[in-house]
Design a protein around this ligand. Structure first.
Ligand code: SF4
Length: 281
């Protein structure tokens, strides 16, 4: 059985050359809409990767499991019945493969210690996050692609592993449409290098993220019960800055390093300051 993956973005195979320590250039290169994707009213910016490996190439390599006790009943209500133990087994399998482990203090900067001390004083449970990196150098440039291959993104793990087993990845594809016969998906058509392609398949897996997947489904005329694109959820965040009497150099080391369980509704995480922006001030 052959597998073919179709990706809208480009493939970057030379990390040292392709992933530069330059925020503006990397936004344009690796992010969907050059990092300017937003809601219709432009009130909320939605950052997503657009490249082979997707957002795992530009994320902070933070690893959190879903709260299964909370989400499984919600998913079941929506018609997706996922066996809990099977999901846990798969979490464990992937965590092992991606080298998931707690972030170590020496990989961070002073912000972690200050954050954890403050949380303790306020009786807010907090800890170091877990991440999927291996021998991280703590350069802090994860959001622009890891040029040292220390982040176990899909680009350097499951994608090449699948290719070694015969899978094929087509990058820079456009106009992806799922073809159907008698209402059953039987392939995918797309345009690449101005040429049309049609791939016949027994199974079609849509995994283009919440926004891209909806787009593919709607473009393919697949909208069961009018639900495609409804009930959209995303990880929302608000940046809160604080001034500290002494320099913390939060860009130096892993910046997103700790998490505080402040309430049932939200979490607090440390974050990274834009290096180029602050250097230019
Ligand atoms: S902080 Fe670590 S994982 Fe992130 S870009 Fe630097 S070396 Fe890579």
């Amino acid at each position: 059985m052959k597998s073919i993956g179709a990706e809208r973005g480009k493939r970057f195979s030379n990390p040292d050359k392709d992933f530069q320590h330059d925020e503006m250039k990397m936004y344009a290169k690796l992010y969907k809409m050059c990092g300017l994707q937003s809601t219709k009213d432009n009130d909320v910016n939605i950052a997503q990767g657009q490249c082979v490996g997707g957002s795992t190439v530009i994320n902070n390599a933070i690893w959190l499991r879903a709260n299964l006790k909370e989400v499984l009943p919600v998913w079941a209500k929506a018609g997706a019945h996922i066996p809990e133990q099977e999901l846990i087994d798969n979490y464990e399998f992937i965590e092992k493969k991606l080298n998931v482990s707690p972030i170590l203090p020496h990989e961070t900067n002073k912000t972690a210690e200050i954050f954890l001390t403050a949380c303790k004083k306020m009786n807010i449970p907090a800890e170091y996050l877990s991440h999927n990196r291996k021998e991280c150098l703590g350069c802090g440039w994860c959001n622009y692609g890891c040029r040292y291959n220390r982040k176990t993104s899909m680009l350097i793990t499951f994608i090449p592993w699948a290719e070694a087993k015969g899978a094929h990845i087509a990058d820079q594809v456009q106009h992806v449409v799922i073809t159907k016969k008698d209402g059953i998906a039987n392939g995918v058509s797309f345009i690449r290098d101005n040429k049309p392609y049609l791939v016949r398949a027994d199974k079609v897996v849509v995994c283009a993220g919440a926004i891209g997947s909806t787009d593919v489904l709607l473009q393919s005329g697949i909208n069961p019960n009018g639900q495609a694109g409804k009930g959209f959820h995303l990880l929302g965040g608000i940046f809160v800055n604080a001034e500290y009497p002494e320099p913390l150099d939060s860009y130096d080391g892993i910046g997103l390093n700790c998490i505080a369980h402040a309430s049932k509704e939200y979490l607090i995480e440390t974050f990274i300051l834009l290096q180029e922006y602050f250097r230019s001030q």
